[in-house]
Design a protein around this ligand. Structure first.
Ligand SMILES: Cc1cc2nc3c(=O)[nH]c(=O)nc-3n(C[C@H](O)[C@H](O)[C@H](O)COP(=O)(O)OP(=O)(O)OC[C@H]3O[C@@H](n4cnc5c(N)ncnc54)[C@H](O)[C@@H]3O)c2cc1C
Length: 393
C-alpha cells in the first residue's frame, strides 16, 4: 500500500488550496479527485466568483478575508495565472436591508474604505443600473471577482510543482482511521495510507462525513448570462470590469440578486443569479442539471428591476451546488472523533473568496493540530449547526 504524509480527499476549491499549501510546506501529498480538473459537477465552475471584504454575512469573517487577499496574490505569483480582479463592489438595497446594514457594519468595525451612495449617485456612476429611488449603495473599491476553474488549475499546478501527486478521475469510496493513528483511503482504483487526511468533499460531504451527522443541505442553484441592449448612453464599455463593479442587491425584500461585469467580451453576456434560491434539498447524483425556461424568465424579470437594458438574448445558463449549514457559517476544523483528520465543508454559497486562507488553515491543522486564524465560528460541534434537540453537549 502506498503511503503519504497526508491525503486530500476532493481536489476542488478548498482541497486544491490545501494540497498546494501542504506540498509547499514539504509534506508528501496525495490528492484524490473523482472528476476532471475544473469540472462542472460541484461548486467550482461558472467562470467567476465574487470577492469582497465589507462582509454582510458577519464582521467576524473580515480578518480571514484580509488574509485571503494576500493568499490570492501569492497564488497568482506562484502559478503565473491571473486570478483576482478588483473592479469594485456595490451592495445595494433599503437602508435597513441585511445587505446594506451588514456591509456597513463590517466596513466600520474593521476600518475598511467605503462610500455610501444614494440611488441617484449610483445611476450617474453606474448607468447600467437603475436602483429604486429610496435604495442606497455601499461601494468598496477593494472588491471584485476571481475565476474558479482557473483557481483549481493554479492550486493543482502549484501543488504538483512542490511534488504532490494529484489524481483525477479517481473516486474515493471510503476512508477510515487506522489503529496506529493514521488513515486508510479506499478508491475505485486502490487503497492508500497516510498519517493525516483532509476531507474537502463539497456537496458530497453528507456521504463522506456521514459519521459527523452534520445537517447539511445540498441546494441546486443556477446562474445565467444575459445580453444587454447597448445604447449610446450605456455602451458596452460601461458593462466591463474597467467601469462596472460586482454587485449584491436586495430592495423591498425582492430576493438577493448578485452578479458581475461583462468579463467574457461583448458577446459573453452579463452573469447574474439569485443568492439563495429556495428549492427542495438535492444530491449531487440526483440534481436536475437542466435550466428550465421558467427559471430563466424569473431571473430575467428580477434582473430587469436593476438592469433595465437587460432585454437581449440569453447567452447561457448553468446549475451549480451549494452545501448549506443551518446558520450558513462554514464547517472547518479537526474531526471531533478522529483528530488526524481535518474537515472543511458547508460553505453555504459564499466560500470561494476564502479559498487561499482555508488552504492555509487546513495545512495548519494537519501540521500543528491548530491554527492562529480564528475559526471558532466554523466549529463542527457548534450549537448553531444543529437543532436544539440534536445538539452535541
Ligand atoms: C452558483 C454558485 C455561485 C457562487 N458564488 C460565489 C461567489 O460569488 N463568491 C464566493 O465566495 N462563493 C461563491 N460560491 C460558493 C463557492 O463556490 C463554494 O463555497 C466553494 O466552491 C466550495 O468549495 P468546496 O471545495 O467545498 O467544493 P468543490 O469545489 O465542489 O470541491 C469538492 C470536490 O470534492 C470532490 N469529491 C467529492 N466526493 C469525492 C469522492 N468520493 N472522491 C473524490 N473526490 C470527491 C468533488 O468532485 C469536488 O471536486 C458560489 C457557489 C455556487 C454554487
Amino acid at each position: 500500500m502506498q503511503t503519504y504524509d497526508v491525503i486530500v480527499l476532493g481536489v476542488g476549491s478548498m482541497g486544491g488550496a490545501a494540497a498546494a499549501e501542504l506540498a509547499g510546506r514539504g509534506l508528501r501529498v496525495l490528492g484524490l479527485e473523482q472528476f476532471w480538473p475544473g469540472h462542472d459537477r460541484g461548486s467550482a465552475h461558472g467562470g467567476t466568483r465574487i470577492v469582497r471584504q465589507s462582509y454582510f454575512e458577519g464582521a467576524a469573517y473580515v480578518p480571514l478575508l484580509r488574509r485571503a487577499y494576500v493568499g490570492w496574490r501569492a497564488l497568482e505569483e506562484a502559478s503565473g495565472r491571473e486570478l483576482l480582479t478588483l473592479c469594485g463592489g456595490l451592495y445595494v438595497g433599503d437602508e435597513d436591508s441585511a445587505v446594506v446594514v451588514g456591509s456597513l457594519a463590517s466596513a466600520r468595525e474593521h476600518g475598511l474604505a467605503y462610500e455610501l451612495l444614494s440611488a441617484g449617485e449610483i445611476r450617474r456612476r453606474f448607468p447600467t443600473m437603475a436602483p429604486a429611488p429610496h435604495a442606497v449603495g455601499v461601494y468598496e473599491a477593494a472588491a471584485g471577482y476571481t475565476r474558479p476553474e482557473e483557481t483549481t488549475f493554479a492550486t493543482v499546478q502549484v501543488a504538483r510543482s512542490h511534488g504532490a501527486e494529484i489524481r483525477f478521475d479517481e473516486r474515493v469510496v471510503r476512508w477510515s482511521p487506522t489503529p496506529g493513528g493514521g488513515v486508510q483511503v479506499e478508491t475505485v482504483n486502490g487503497t492508500y495510507g497516510a498519517d493525516r487526511l483532509v476531507v474537502t468533499p463539497g456537496a458530497w460531504a453528507p456521504e463522506l462525513l456521514g459519521d459527523l451527522a452534520l445537517p447539511l443541505r445540498v441546494e441546486r442553484q443556477m446562474f445565467a448570462w444575459f445580453t444587454p441592449e447597448l445604447t449610446d448612453a450605456v455602451p458596452y464599455a460601461r458593462y466591463t470590469d474597467v467601469e462596472h463593479p460586482v454587485y449584491v442587491e436586495e430592495t423591498d425584500g425582492n430576493g438577493i440578486l448578485y452578479g458581475f461585469p461583462m468579463v467574457d467580451g461583448p458577446d459573453g453576456g452579463l452573469k447574474l443569479a439569485f443568492f439563495r434560491q429556495d428549492g427542495p434539498p438535492t444530491t449531487p447524483q440526483g440534481v436536475d442539471r437542466t435550466v428550465h425556461p421558467h427559471e430563466v424568465a424569473a431571473l430575467r424579470s428580477r434582473a430587469l428591476e436593476l438592469f433595465p437594458h437587460l432585454t437581449g438574448p440569453l447567452v447561457t445558463a448553468k446549475t451549480c451546488l451549494y452545501t448549506t449549514t443551518r446558520d450558513e457559517h462554514f464547517v472547518v476544523g479537526l474531526h471531533p472523533g478522529v483528530p488526524q483528520v481535518a474537515v472543511a465543508c458547508g460553505f453555504s454559497g459564499h466560500g470561494f473568496k476564502f479559498v487561499p486562507v482555508i488552504g492555509e488553515v487546513l495545512a495548519d491543522l494537519v501540521v500543528d493540530g491548530a491554527t492562529p486564524h480564528d475559526i471558532t465560528l466554523f466549529d463542527p460541534l457548534r450549537g448553531g449547526l444543529r437543532p436544539r434537540a440534536d445538539r452535541v453537549t
